[in-house]
Design a protein around this ligand. Structure first.
Ligand SMILES: Nc1ncnc2c1ncn2[C@@H]1O[C@H](COP(=O)(O)OP(=O)(O)OP(=O)(O)O)[C@@H](O)[C@H]1O
Ligand SMILES: [Mg+2]
Length: 434
């Protein structure tokens, strides 16, 4: 705006400067080679009258001779002088003062007559100053005020964020209470509520871990206490038969305690979110099940249970150690909760786009109402009896979850016992063997 206004102002002054040049040109009298100029007093006054600037004029003939003028005005630059009928403006210096010159060429038989009118820059500089004061200054002031306001506004609106940061930074790690949402600005409320959801989940995870540790400690304390009692009894009792019976008890208690410790370790290992220990690899459930047969057939025989296998190839990606653990817990239950003379069947196959592993028995079964709860850690069906710690199915469920597999408890066709089915993501055999 400032620059446009200045150039418009300069143009107006320039064309005003050309007027006296035109007036002088109109008073030229050309008589053959004699060129005269008769300037009426009014015209000379017009040149002198400007109260602000100093004005100069000069008329130069075709041979460069000075015809009239009140100062020596340097000739225009060659670009202006060359064109005989041109008029134009340029800047130069007269008596040490910067001047603006309007030059006008009047054609003449022998060349051209040059009329120059010059004026100092006082008016023009005043115009620049005035424009500066009237446009540039207010704009600058507005800009500075705007910057100050923005700066203040941004600082003010970031304050709550800083307060939130301090609030979170000063918390103790144990303090997982939700962060207050109401006093926060609308913009950061979604962030705070996402943070609170995370805190709630973390709280839940920590709670379940605490419960688990408390339960585990409790579960371990019971067999350790009875171990200690039996060991002390054995020390005091001199009767070798009694002592033998106590030592047998100690052996079986040691076995079940070490099984419990193993179960706890497996649970910690299968914790969802953790990478499996031995890594994912293609596993044929068929092979995993037939390997389990070796260790479980003798146990089934000992209880007079008919352990059968119906195995088809079923490949999946998995952790062989965890899968063995899963199968062991299912077989352990099936044999434990089936009466002598019963039957247990292990099946593997690919069905409905899933790699399935099933362990079916015709034992005491689980009531429908208990079928979800039995997967909780340490949960046991009261009527079932036996001496488990309630971790087997929790282990099964967590290993399945770590493999993105689903576990279901179904009722076998003849209505007796249960069939636990674990459905894994299948792996094409070609991919598996490759
Ligand atoms: N095949 C089954 N038939 C009938 N009931 C079963 C069967 N499998 C599990 N259950 C019931 O589910 C409960 C939980 O089983 P889970 O394997 O988790 O624990 P557990 O067998 O009691 O102890 P452990 O940790 O030693 O395995 C059992 O107490 C039992 O009542
Ligand atoms: Mg069990």
């Amino acid at each position: 705006m400032y620059l446009t206004a200045i150039s418009a102002g300069q143009e107006a002054y320039d064309s005003a400067l050309l007027d006296p040049a035109l007036a002088i040109a109109s008073h030229l009298q050309v008589d053959d080679d004699i060129i005269r100029i008769v300037l009426p007093e009014v015209a000379l006054d017009a040149l002198r009258v400007d109260s602000v600037d100093r004005m100069y004029f000069q008329v130069v003939g075709p041979y460069g001779e000075r015809i009239a003028g009140n100062a020596r005005i340097p000739l225009p630059p060659s670009s202006l002088a060359a064109d005989a009928s041109s008029q134009g403006y340029y800047e130069t210096v007269i008596q040490g003062q910067r001047v603006r010159v309007a030059a006008l060429s009047v054609p003449h038989r022998r060349g051209r007559i040059l009329v120059q009118v010059a004026e100092t820059f006082i008016k023009r500089e005043r115009l620049v100053r005035e424009l500066m004061l009237s446009t540039l200054l207010p704009e600058l002031t507005v800009m500075l005020v705007a910057i100050a306001l923005f700066w203040y506004g941004i600082r003010r609106s970031l304050k709550p964020l800083e307060r939130l940061r301090n609030e979170i930074a000063s918390r103790s790690p144990a303090d997982l209470r939700p962060v207050a949402e109401q006093d926060k600005p609308l913009e950061i409320r979604p962030l705070v509520s996402a943070l609170n959801e995370l805190l709630a989940r973390l709280n839940g995870a920590i709670d379940s871990q605490k419960r688990f540790i408390a339960n585990a400690a409790h579960q371990l304390r019971t067999p350790l206490t009875s171990l200690k009692t039996h060991a002390e009894l054995a020390r005091r009792d001199p009767d070798p038969v009694e002592m033998r019976a106590l030592l047998d008890m100690i052996t079986s208690e040691t076995e079940s305690t070490s099984r419990l410790v193993n179960q706890l370790l497996t649970l910690a290992r299968a914790e969802p979110g953790l990478e499996p220990v031995s890594g994912r690899q293609p596993v044929n459930l068929h092979d995993a099940a037939s390997r389990a047969a070796q260790s479980w057939v003798p146990k089934a025989l000992a209880k007079n249970i008919d352990l059968g296998f119906e195995l088809e190839d079923a490949w999946t990606l998995g952790d062989p150690l965890l899968l063995r653990e899963l199968l062991a817990n299912l077989l352990d239950n099936a044999i434990a909760y089936t009466d002598a003379g019963g039957a247990v069947t292990v099946r593997t196959r690919v069905a409905d786009g899933e790699a399935c592993l099933e362990v079916e028995d015709n034992g005491i079964g689980i009531p429908d109402s208990e079928r979800t709860r039995v997967f909780e850690r340490f949960y046991r069906v009261a009527s079932a009896g036996g001496a488990g710690s309630g971790l087997g199915l929790a282990i099964v469920s967590e290993i399945a979850e770590a493999h993105h597999a689903k576990v279901e408890i179904l009722t076998p066709p003849d209505g007796r016992g249960i069939c636990v089915r674990v459905a894994f993501r299948p792996l094409a055999q070609t991919a598996a063997t490759a």
